[in-house]
Design a protein around this ligand. Structure first.
Ligand code: CU
Length: 152
C-alpha cells in the first residue's frame, strides 16, 4: 500500500510540473498550409506567446508524420525571399514569436502519409527550458496575403 501511495504522489507531482511548464507558453492558431499531394515540403505556422518571466527559445519541433522538421527564417535579399534553417528562435519574456506566411515558419519535410485539407498534423514544440508543448495543427488553405512560400 505504501508503494502505491508513493507512486501516486510522484505521478501527481510530475503531472503538476508539466502542466505548469505548458502554461508558460501559449500557442495560438497552429495551422499547416494545404498543398497538392505532389508537394513534399509543407509549412506550418502559429503564434507562440511566452507568458513566463524569462526569455526562452524554440529549439525544435517534432512530428511523427514527417521524415524531417526544420525551423526556418525567411530573409529578404534584393526583393528575393530566401529561407535559412535556424537551430532556435528566441522569445522574450512576455513576448511573442509569430510564425506566419512570408516570415519565420516550421518546415515539414517528406510527409509519411497524405496531409489532407481539413485534417490535423500533430506537432510537439521543444523549448530551451526543456518544456514540450504538443499541438494539433489544422490543415487549411492560406490567404492570399504575404505568401512567399510559392518560391520553394
Ligand atoms: Cu522553409
Amino acid at each position: 500500500m505504501r508503494i502505491i501511495c508513493l507512486t501516486w504522489m510522484l505521478l501527481i507531482t510530475f503531472l503538476g510540473s508539466s502542466a505548469w511548464a505548458g502554461e508558460a507558453v501559449r500557442v495560438e492558431d497552429p495551422w499547416v498550409r494545404a498543398a497538392p499531394p505532389s508537394v513534399h515540403v509543407l509549412a506550418a505556422y502559429m503564434g507562440i506567446e511566452n507568458k513566463g518571466s524569462s526569455a526562452i527559445s524554440l529549439t525544435g519541433i517534432e512530428s511523427p508524420d514527417f521524415a524531417k522538421v526544420e525551423l526556418h527564417e525567411t530573409v529578404m535579399t534584393d526583393d528575393m525571399a530566401t529561407m535559412v534553417p535556424r537551430d532556435s528562435l528566441p522569445i522574450d519574456a512576455g513576448g511573442k514569436l509569430e510564425l506566419k506566411p512570408g516570415g519565420n515558419h516550421i518546415m515539414l519535410i517528406d510527409p509519411k502519409k497524405p496531409v489532407a485539407e481539413g485534417g490535423t498534423v500533430p506537432l510537439t514544440l521543444i523549448f530551451s527550458d526543456g518544456s514540450r508543448v504538443s499541438v494539433q495543427a489544422a490543415v487549411r488553405k492560406a490567404g492570399e496575403m504575404n505568401d512567399h512560400h510559392g518560391m520553394h
